[in-house]
Design a protein around this ligand. Sequence first.
Ligand SMILES: [Zn+2]
Length: 185
Amino acid sequence: MNAFEQSWLMMKADEHLYYNVHLTPRNDEESNRLYQLELQLAKEGITFDSGGGLNGRDIHLDFSLRGATPNQVLQRIADIGVPYEIEMTAGDVPYDGTEERSDYDRKERRVRDERLTLETGQTHIDGKPHSEPEVIGHHPCPNCNEPDAIGVLIREGIQHDNKISLNCTECGYMDMDWGDDNDRF
Ligand SMILES: [Zn+2]
């Protein structure tokens, strides 16, 4: 095992290996082959960050990669016979489509919600303000024939624009916009 391999083994467990593939087509024909490959990959739903300039083209096989593993794309790149170099880096965002990435995204969303909650003083869920629905009163059900059937009035929370709904447990009638036509609340 050489020093290079060893350094990767010592890489922190929560880091992920990224590949930046730098391609240098030598003529128009090779440029076109590379262009066709990227087009074909996109058609297959395989996407990634890329960039280019006078010195060639970079394909970033990192957290931006979707629809394939890095090795699958590396193989496709090798197949077109355009000269390339691979630079390896590491980062803490797992590859798309993995269970680790789902965990990572979930954690990121939670951190963002906590930050928004702290900043605004309003509970946030999935990036949106949230509050629990609460019972605020009762009102005769407009649907029931029963004269004493009483609907429950609920303020639905900020995620539903604090709308007031009327819910009748007798007949199942529900008016999500009851508050709109009734200005007493
Ligand atoms: Zn009713």
